[in-house]
Each structure stands twice: as structure tokens, then as C-alpha cells.
Design a binder for this molecule. Structure first.
Ligand SMILES: [Zn+2]
Length: 324
């Protein structure tokens, strides 16, 4: 059996990044390229747009803070609920709890005893995100069709008109009597559609300019960011400049440290009559790579020690203070 989401679409991620980065023009219609979905309660006036974008931004930020997931590793939501079903029952009973996943050795979820522990230090563990997400889905269930090929299709429609019960789970910045809950509901729906697009993991936020962008390729599992975090095409040059400066500064610092130790240890003798020479001999002996990085030469001359004397003295002072 194939279960297909009608919202699989890379364009949905691009539209989301664009909407989060810049306010849309007046009269914008909130539409994701997804059949059967409309965020139709939003009229497109400016206040509403700002609110919607703010809410969507908060959802996406929290999702990124949680490591682009809504629940911690090995967690499952155990939810049981009843009604209200029209003409049958009006009772609403709903419990929501985060528990460890039941999985077999192959990672398949089964009923059984192989509980996997949840890392309670995972930022997603104590986040409001999973509660809000599951509570929302409980209230605004997806529409499901079974077609004659045996495919199961589902989509989501705007929940605003059918919303009757009070909210159980809201983020910390909203309360049940906030006037803007319709906007919030639509933002959560957009967020769910984004996660369902199949490409949400490509959405990133630049560490430098803070703008959202869509990665070209997915990061491999376990692969970290080489340059201190995601950065967009516009900032890539900046980031490598910063990085080069970092490397250079670290190399210089290492040389100054060695120089200061040598300076502090120097005693005048026949073999080492000159302090500067003694210092650079030690730097040349211990800092070959650092010298290459900072000066592009093989060795430094006593002029280097003279030119950096102030900085070396500062570190000599620090060494003496550390010794008491
Ligand atoms: Zn950037």
C-alpha cells in the first residue's frame, strides 16, 4: 500500500523561505502549491500578514532549534482521544504524552519490550513544538481518500471554520483568549504542509544574515557544518574570510604564546646573549606551520620579536600572574 501526501513539493519550501524573509506585496494570497489546500481564512491585510509570518517564523525557528525535528530521537507520542463525532458523541477526551518508541532490532516500530530511551537533554524533549503539533492534528485531522488503485491519499484543509473546542496545547506566547488564534491555526497548517513537502530538511537559516534559504543538497546524516553553521550563497565569501581570519589569529596567538614562554625563561649566557634571538629561535623551532600561515615564510627574524614585543610582554605578564 502506498500512502501519498498531496503536498510533496520542493516549491513549497522555496515559497516558505521567501515568505519568511520578506513581507509579501499587498493582496498576497497564501497558497502553497498543494492541491486542495487553502489558507482561506486569511484576508491578506497587512496586520494579518505580519502576524501570520511572525507565527510561522516562530514555528520554523523552534523546529530548527530542536535540530529540525519535532520530537527527540526515539520518541513517540502516545495519544488517545475520543470524539466529538457528529451525531454519535460529544465527549472529548485527549491525553498526549511523549514516550519512548517501541522498536525491534531493525528499528521497526512494534508492540513489545524493546523500549528505546529518550534523551531528555534533547532540545526537542522540553519543547512546546510536539505538543502543539499533535494537538493540532488531533483537532484538524487530514482528509483521507482511498482510491481504486489502493492508494491512500491525504491532504489538509484550513481548520479555522471548524474550530470549536478550546485549545489544549498552545505555545508559551499565546493563551486561549488571544485574539489571533485563527492566524496561529493557519500558520501551524502551513508548517505541517512544509514538513509534509518532503523537502523541509533543505530549509536553512544563514548564520550571518539570518535569512532563510533552500539548500541545494541534503546534509548527510551525521555530517556537521564545516564552516560554523549554514550560510547562504550571498554570505559564503564572508564566512570563508572570517574563517581565514580565525585561522590566522589562532596561529599568531600560538606564536606569541611560545614567544612569551621563551621570553620569561631567558637568562643571559654565552650561548644566548640576545633575548630576541633566543625568543625567535624557539618560535622557529616550535611554530613552523603557524609561521607559514601568518607570514608565508619559513622562519621569522628577530625583527618579528621586536615588532610584537608589546603583545609578548602582555603574555609574559599573564604567565607571571598565573604563577602568582
Ligand atoms: Zn547570508
Amino acid at each position: 500500500m502506498r500512502i501519498a501526501s498531496l503536498s510533496e513539493n520542493l516549491h513549497a519550501v522555496e515559497i516558505t523561505a521567501k515568505l519568511l524573509n520578506d513581507p509579501p506585496s499587498p493582496g498576497y494570497t497564501y497558497v502553497l502549491p498543494v492541491p486542495g489546500v487553502g489558507l482561506s481564512s486569511l484576508s491578506g491585510n497587512k496586520d494579518e500578514m505580519d502576524l501570520f509570518r511572525g507565527f510561522l517564523g516562530k514555528l520554523v525557528e523552534e523546529w530548527m532549534r530542536c535540530g529540525k525535528k519535532i520530537m527527540p530521537e526515539n520518541a513517540a507520542v502516545r495519544a488517545s482521544g475520543m470524539g466529538p463525532v457528529k451525531g454519535y458523541s460529544t465527549k472529548t477526551h485527549w491525553t498526549l504524552s511523549l514516550g519512548p518508541i517501541f522498536a525491534d532490532d531493525y528499528g521497526r516500530i512494534v508492540r513489545g519490550t524493546h523500549r528505546k530511551r529518550i534523551d531528555t537533554g534533547d532540545p526537542a524533549y522540553s519543547s512546546w513544538l510536539w505538543k502543539v503539533y499533535w494537538d493540532y492534528l488531533y483537532r484538524a485531522k487530514p482528509n483521507i481518500w482511498f482510491n481504486r488503485d489502493g492508494e491512500v491519499l491525504f491532504n489538509y484543509t484550513t481548520p479555522v471554520y471548524g474550530q470549536q473546542e478550546p485549545f489544549i496545547e498552545l505555545p508559551p506566547f499565546l493563551t486561549a483568549d488571544s485574539p489571533n488564534l485563527d492566524c496561529w491555526m493557519e500558520a501551524v497548517l502551513w508548517f505541517i504542509l512544509l514538513l509534509n513537502s518532503g523537502y523541509a530538511q533543505l530549509l536553512d537559516r544563514c548564520v550571518l544574515c539570518k535569512r532563510f534559504f533552500v539548500r541545494k543538497r541534503e546534509k548527510k546524516i551525521g555530517q556537521g557544518y564545516k564552516r560554523g553553521g549554514p550560510n547562504c550563497g550571498n554570505c559564503r565569501g564572508e564566512v570563508s574570510k572570517v574563517r581565514t581570519n580565525d585561522i590566522r589569529n589562532n596561529a599568531k596567538e600560538q606564536m606569541l604564546k611560545v614567544a612569551a614562554e621563551s621570553w620569561a625563561a631567558w637568562k643571559k649566557s654565552h650561548r644566548t646573549p640576545d633575548r630576541y634571538l633566543a625568543v625567535i629561535n624557539r618560535v622557529n623551532a616550535e611554530c613552523r606551520a603557524q609561521i607559514l600561515i601568518t607570514t608565508r615564510k619559513e622562519r621569522v627574524s628577530p625583527i618579528w620579536a621586536k615588532r610584537n614585543e608589546k603583545e609578548i610582554q602582555k603574555r609574559v605578564e599573564a604567565l607571571r600572574n598565573a604563577k602568582g
